[in-house]
Design a protein around this ligand. Structure first.
Ligand code: AMP
Ligand code: GLY
Length: 414
C-alpha cells in the first residue's frame, strides 16, 4: 500500500514511523514532511493549505491511502475532495471537522448526543458576554469559537482579562470551569464503529508546576496508572459512541481520529474539547506503544472496515518531552542551531519544527523536537527521555522537567 502522510510536525514523524513499521505499507510519502521524516519517507514540498496541491500529489502518486495530520486541511475540506476521487482518506469531511473548527457546533452536537460537557453560552455582544461571565463567576473560561492555533482559550480569575479576551473574539463561548485532572482519549472511527485508544496526558502549560502560558503541549505520557480503570469504557459509552452515532444521524459521518479532551471531575467525565486529528504530543507516546499495525488500522478506518478490529498495546510506558525554542509560545525564536542528536536505545527523537541548512539542523518552530522514552514503567521511560533531551543543545531552548513526574511517583506507590 502506498501512503501519503500530510503534515510536518512531531505527530506526523511518529505516525510515519508507525505506518512504516506495518509491512502493509510498501511506500511512504510525506507532504511536506520534515528532516526527521525525510530519513525514511519521500518528502514533497507542497503547500498543504491548498487542497488542490494535496489532491494533485495524491493522484500523481496513485496513493492507496492519505492520512491527514493537522486540522487545517481537514477544516478546509481536503478529505471531501479526495473522497470525491475515490481516494481512501483517514480524516473527517469538512462538515465533520467542524467539531474542532467551531466550539459552538461541538457543543450543539454534544447536547444532541447527550454527551457530558461544561455548561456554556455562545456570545456575540458585550451584554451577553458580561451576563455569561457573571453567571459562572471565576475562574472564567473564555474560548474563541473558531480555530485559534491553541491560543483561543483563556482561563483566568481576572474578570477584566476574561472580558478583554471575549471582546477580542468575533464569537465567543463562555463556559463553566471544570475542576479535575485532564486526560486525552482518542477514538479511531470508520464512520460507524469507533475504537478507543488508551488514554494519555498532555502538559499544556509552558513551565514546571503548570505555570506559564498555554501551549500546544510541552510533553505527554501514557498509560495513566492513576486513572480509574473504567475510563476507556466510560469514555467509549458516554462520549465516543454517542458522538459517532449523532454525526451519522446528521448525515455527516465522522471518519478519522476523534480526540476527546476530558476533565475527570467529581461528577464524572466532562468533555473539554474535541479535536478531529491526532494530538500533538500525545501521538508521540501512543504510537510507540500501539501493537496493532497502524497502516492497516488507518486504511480500515478510511474504508468502513473497523468493526472487527481490536486495539492491542505493549505492556510498557512512554514519556515524551518537548524541546521548545526560546520565547515559545508568545514569540518563538527561529534559526538556532541544534547540536547533533544522540542515539539512545528505546528513545525516539521526533522532529517538530526543524529544517536542514548547510550547517546542519536548524530550529524553525516553537516546538522543535519531541523526545520519547519507552520503558517498562514511567520511571524508566522518563529517565530515558530526560537523558536524551539533556544531551541536545539549542541556544535559549527550554523544556519542562516535570513531565510524568507525579504519575511516576504514583505508579511506584501502586
Ligand atoms: P482547549 O483549547 O479547549 O483544550 O482549552 C485549552 C485548555 O484550557 C484546556 O486544556 C484546559 O486546561 C483549559 N480549559 C478549557 N476549558 C476548560 C474548562 N471548562 N474548565 C477548566 N479548564 C478548561
Ligand atoms: N495536545 C493538544 C493538541 O494536540 O491539541
Amino acid at each position: 500500500m502506498k501512503i501519503l502522510l500530510v503534515g510536518s510536525g512531531g505527530r506526523e514523524h511518529a505516525l510515519g514511523l508507525g505506518l512504516l513499521a506495518d509491512p502493509a505499507c510498501t511506500s511512504l510519502h510525506a507532504a511536506p514532511g520534515n528532516p526527521g521524516i525525510a530519513t525514511f519517507a519521500q518528502c514533497h514540498a507542497i503547500d498543504i493549505t491548498s487542497n488542490a496541491q494535496i489532491v494533485a500529489l495524491a493522484q500523481e502518486l496513485a496513493a492507496d491511502l492519505v492520512v491527514i495530520g493537522p486540522e487545517l486541511p481537514l477544516v478546509n475540506g481536503v478529505a471531501d475532495d479526495l473522497r470525491r476521487l475515490k481516494i481512501p482518506v483517514f480524516g473527517p469531511s469538512k462538515a465533520a471537522a467542524q467539531l474542532e473548527g467551531s466550539k459552538t457546533f461541538a457543543k450543539e452536537v454534544m447536547s444532541d448526543a447527550g454527551v457530558p460537557t461544561a455548561h456554556s453560552f455562545t456570545c456575540t455582544t458585550q451584554i451577553q458576554i458580561e451576563k455569561a461571565l457573571d453567571c459562572f463567576g471565576p475562574p472564567y473560561v473564555v474560548k474563541d469559537d473558531g480555530l485559534a492555533g491553541g491560543k483561543g482559550v483563556v482561563v483566568t480569575q481576572d474578570r477584566q482579562e476574561a472580558l478583554a479576551h471575549a471582546l477580542a473574539c468575533k464569537r465567543v463561548v463562555i463556559e463553566e470551569y471544570l475542576n479535575g485532572p485532564e486526560v486525552s482519549l482518542f477514538g479511531i472511527s470508520d464512520g460507524t464503529s469507533i475504537l478507543a485508544m488508551q488514554p494519555a496526558q498532555d502538559f499544556k502549560r509552558a513551565h514546571d508546576n503548570d505555570e506559564g502560558s498555554n501551549t500546544g503541549g510541552m510533553g505527554a505520557y501514557s498509560p495513566l496508572s492513576w486513572a480509574p480503570s473504567d475510563i476507556v469504557d466510560d469514555t467509549y459509552t458516554q462520549v465516543l459512541a454517542p458522538m459517532i452515532a449523532e454525526m451519522n444521524a446528521r448525515g455527516t459521518p465522522f471518519v478519522g481520529l476523534l480526540y476527546a479532551g476530558l476533565a475527570l471531575t467529581d461528577h464524572g467525565i466532562r468533555v473539554i474539547e474535541f479535536n478531529v486529528r491526532f494530538g500533538d504530543p500525545e501521538t508521540q507516546v501512543l504510537i510507540p506503544l500501539l501493537k496493532t499495525p497502524l497502516a492497516t488500522l488507518l486504511y480500515k478506518g478510511a474504508t468502513a472496515g473497523l468493526s472487527d478490529t481490536v486495539l492491542e498495546w505493549r505492556d510498557e510506558a512512554a514519556v515524551t518531552v518537548v524541546l521548545a525554542a526560546q520565547g515559545y509560545p508568545t514569540a518563538p525564536q527561529c534559526g538556532g542551531h541544534i547540536s547533533e542528536l544522540p542515539t539512545i536505545e528505546n528513545v525516539q527523537i521526533f522532529h517538530a519544527g526543524t529544517c536542514l541548512n548547510g550547517q546542519g539542523l536548524i530550529a524553525t518552530g516553537g516546538r522543535v523536537l519531541s523526545v520519547t522514552g519507552v520503558g517498562s514503567d514511567l520511571t524508566e521511560a522518563r529517565d530515558r527521555a530526560y537523558r536524551a533531551i539533556s544531551q541536545i543543545s539549542l541556544p535559549g531552548s527550554f523544556y519542562r522537567s516535570d513531565i510524568a513526574f507525579n504519575a511516576s511517583v504514583a505508579e511506584k506507590g501502586n
